[in-house]
Design a protein around this ligand. Structure first.
Ligand code: XMP
Length: 327
């Protein structure tokens, strides 16, 4: 690839014109690197892999195959949006794998957070590798590595999260077209490539997905309560001008029930915890001051629309002492 490291004097991409120039340059570089060979991409629907997909579709079209693994821990509407944007609108070769049962069966009864993460990560690689083996003649593996990933792995803060993991006999050459970009630049480039704003500007979402928001052993019922309550929270934040303003917001459904009254009857059901925080680097975080009227509306919608829930709590704890996620 022409640019392997971000040049010290590279101008920050802040305008559509600069983004267009970057796209044009990368497309030329991608075409000369890939030639008439085939490329594979694990498309999660997150910002980085989505932008890489859109860039490669523009550069090499049907030579790209995207694999979207639905591990069953995605937010409401996410797999559907990946299919609508990439298969229907951008006409990508998209292999969609619904591996929900496989993941949930492996996770059944597992309570330790790090074990849950390991199972999710390991199973993801296995499903992806199985799909890769079904495809013939793939030379390249595309990845949504970005410049902070490289800096952090150089500093030893985290292992280079993308590279590695695949079985050793699968030694693809890497294609990393947004490798020298910062996150804000990736977003502008994504917009110019025609990706929807809600995909490009979406809030951070952990790799293990809703799995870490269903503390302890994951059950389908509690997972459904997390997914439905999260969808309501996102809808209300969007309606009330908080989308794009609050850094990260989500719901958690812990593994305990409490007594309540619903329709004049005693109920014994879960509670939903709402978390909404602001930060710049996720190392520390402050709690968002959600307007009280909106809070009451959220309580009313969640307790009446989400099955199995009779109570809603708000987490007022900054980071530290709490982390942003619960596991
Ligand atoms: P914490 O909970 O450590 O989260 O305060 C800081 C940021 O990192 C995200 N996060 C993860 N992202 N895999 C990821 O890809 C993970 O296992 C993971 N755990 C936390 C979290 O959502 C927040 O933005």
């Amino acid at each position: 690839m022409a640019n392997d490291r971000r040049p010290d004097d590279m101008v920050r991409i802040t305008t559509p014109e600069l983004a267009d120039a970057f796209i044009e340059e990368q497309i030329k570089a991608l075409r000369s690197q890939i030639g008439d060979k085939k490329v594979l991409l694990a498309l999660s629907g997150g910002v980085d892999s989505s932008v890489v997909a859109a860039m490669l579709i523009k550069a090499v079209g049907s030579q790209l195959t995207c694999v979207h693994v639905n591990h069953g821990l995605l937010r409401k509407g996410e797999p559907e949006q990946v299919i609508a944007v990439f298969r229907d609108q951008m006409k990508a070769n998209l292999v969609y794998v619904d591996a929900t049962d496989r993941f949930l069966d492996k996770l059944a009864g597992v309570t330790d957070p790090e074990t849950k993460r390991k199972i999710i990560g390991g199973e993801f690689i296995e499903v992806f590798a199985e799909e890769a083996r079904k495809l013939d003649g793939i030379t390249f593996l595309a990845q949504g590595t970005i410049w902070p990933d490289i800096l952090e792995s150089e500093k030893g803060i985290k292992a280079h999260h993308n590279a590695g993991g695949l079985p050793e006999d699968m030694n693809f050459e890497l294609v990393e077209p947004v490798k020298i970009l910062f996150k804000d630049e990736v977003r502008i480039v994504g917009e110019r490539l025609g990706l929807p704003a809600n995909m490009v500007y979406r809030q951070p979402f952990p790799g293990p997905g809703l799995g870490v928001r269903c503390p302890g052993a994951i059950t389908r019922e509690r997972l459904a309560a997390v997914r439905e309550s999260d969808a309501i929270l996102r809808e209300e934040f969007a309606k009330n001008g908080l989308e794009g303003k609050v850094w990260q917001y989500f719901t958690v459904v812990p593994d305990f029930k409490s007594t309540g009254i619903k329709n004049g009857q005693r109920s014994f059901e879960w509670c939903v915890i709402i978390r909404a925080v602001n930060t710049t680097d996720a190392m520390t975080a402050e709690v968002e001051e959600i307007p009280f009227a909106l809070m009451k509306h959220l309580v009313s919608r969640i307790t009446s629309e989400v099955p199995g829930v009779n109570r809603v709590l708000y987490d007022f704890t900054p980071k530290p002492s709490a982390t942003i996620e619960y596991e």
